[in-house]
Design a protein around this ligand. Structure first.
Ligand SMILES: [Zn+2]
Length: 75
């Protein structure tokens, strides 16, 4: 993976504070029968083109895990 680590991490940390955003992303970005994300579509055409899990779902999942860790630590 060649993600710019700093910005990815800060984005995840930011998203982790928004439970509604996380739930919305994970509810919207789901795979169709072909294993493509139904929400990440070709602009203007609505054709699924991104293999699921897409980057937005992955981001939301990472943020969700940050929340779980934070909750565990708080207890
Ligand atoms: Zn997606």
């Amino acid at each position: 993976m060649t993600r710019p680590r700093g910005s990815w991490t800060s984005f995840v940390e930011e998203l982790a504070t928004r439970r509604d955003m996380i739930e919305r992303l994970m509810a919207d970005h789901l795979p169709n029968d072909d294993g493509l994300c139904v929400e990440c579509t070709t602009p203007g055409r609505g054709t699924p083109q991104t293999a699921w899990p897409c980057s937005l779902w992955t981001l939301a999942d990472a943020a969700r895990q940050v929340r779980v860790k934070r909750k565990t630590r708080a207890c």
